[in-house]
Unconditional design. Structure first.
Length: 407
């Protein structure tokens, strides 16, 4: 088939866009230690501590940032909205709508710090002259104060986009209705997952939320998919093979799905896990680099040149990973027979660690990977002591000294 002139040009435009963004991404990645906010080293911090950090950044360059209180949480904590740029395209970024999902909040602090410290650079000038950025970096401060998923009312904020029972949900919808952002970043942490059916841990997963049960793609979702493809290409540079797609089952109560229906092209970035990164600072770095590079692509309009197949071909999150796998356990049965099996143990409920782990699987787990693993060398345990999906104090049976689960 003979290609038209436009058809010949489009692949060239795509390649040029990818190469240009790779260059900017690499610069961001290599220079990150110079603009990382050192005051945020742990994933646990109070809303008050976080606000002090943000204030120190925004007050250092007051001409660059605007600040306002968008409203208050159920317990009266302020929800602070930070603005930057004066462009015609509005981009809304919100984080920590689940109070124990703080990785991207730290990344937003880094991004603000980069904008402040590099405001004279051409790439930042392009972003700020083309975009109006609105950051809501801690949507659930009551949950953050407790480091818990849900709000002070006990409601999952990401299932309140329709009923609007919480003041935090009402504020987020009001911001969307008022500012009509063209693009939004919905930033989360996810539970421990694998990349598809592999044993590779998911470091980052992406989602262009569905707009209906049929997972239709209108113009709004199409833009979202282009943006997700852009992010996938950026992340691929640094974490090749560690990127997955989040479950895209339609959830009408979720804000990502709702934002798409309300006309804002929305992408979820779900921060996953990497080995030897307990505070998720490497994944925080990926967030900061990826979002900044993507903002530049939105500012130039070149994100629309990224092939949506890049996103569509990502494997979905899989379940081939556990916090701990104890291998080669000898399970003794009442009959006197024994079984050699592996034990899969999880320390997670939602996205946070629990003090008492759960036994979630046993059998042949050779296709699975543990954040930590050890060989029991056929140490015996009575089958009656193994109850699936129940708390399991494995240290009673397998004393291997102090165990620190990787997160």
């Amino acid at each position: 088939m003979r290609l038209s002139g436009l058809a010949k040009v489009l692949p060239i435009l795509y390649i040029c866009s990818v190469k240009k963004e790779q260059s900017f991404s690499r610069i961001l990645h290599s220079s990150y230690p110079t603009w990382q906010v050192a005051e945020l080293a742990s994933r646990r911090f109070s809303p008050e501590q976080f606000q002090l950090v943000l204030d120190s950044i925004t007050t250092s360059t007051p001409a660059l940032f605007s600040k306002e209180i968008a409203g208050h949480s159920f317990e009266g904590r302020p929800l602070n909205l930070i603005g930057a740029g004066n462009g015609s395209t509005t981009v809304l970024l919100w984080s920590q709508m689940h109070g124990d999902e703080s990785t991207a909040s730290m990344a937003i602090a880094d991004i603000l710090n980069y904008l402040a410290s590099h405001s004279n650079e051409r790439t930042v000038g392009t972003i700020l002259s083309s975009l109006r950025l609105l950051f809501l970096p801690m949507l659930n401060p009551d949950g953050a104060a407790r480091f818990q998923r849900r709000t002070a009312q006990g409601i999952d904020l990401n299932r309140d986009a329709v009923a609007l029972c919480t003041p935090e949900a009402r504020i987020l919808k009001q911001l969307q209705q008022k500012h009509k952002p063209r693009v939004a970043f919905n930033l989360h942490d996810q539970e421990l997952n694998s990349v598809g059916s592999s044993k590779e841990l998911t470091a980052v997963s992406l989602l262009s939320p569905a707009i209906d049960a049929q997972k239709s793609t209108d113009d709004v979702r199409a833009r979202s998919k282009h943006l997700a493809a852009t992010l996938a290409d950026i992340f691929e540079i640094f974490i090749s093979g560690k990127i997955a797609r989040y479950d895209d089952t339609f959830e009408p109560r979720a804000f990502g799905d709702s934002m798409q229906r309300w006309g804002t092209s929305t992408v979820l970035i779900e921060s996953g896990h990497m080995f030897r990164d307990p505070e998720k600072n490497h994944i925080r770095k990926l967030n900061a680099v990826g979002i900044l590079a993507a903002l530049h692509e939105i500012a130039t309009g070149e994100y629309l040149n990224f092939d949506v197949l890049r996103y569509d071909m990502l494997p979905f999150n899989g379940k081939n990973a556990y916090n701990l796998i104890i291998r080669n356990v000898c399970i003794k049965h009442r009959s006197g027979e024994s079984t050699i099996a592996d034990l899969g143990i999880s320390y997670q409920v939602d996205t946070h660690l629990e003090d008492i782990p759960m036994l979630v699987d046993l059998g042949d787990l050779s296709t699975h990977r543990g954040m930590s693993e050890f060989d029991a060398q056929k140490r015996e345990i009575f089958s009656g002591d193994l109850r699936l999906n129940q708390p399991f104090d494995w240290r009673r049976y397998f004393p291997i000294g102090k165990f620190i689960p990787e997160y």
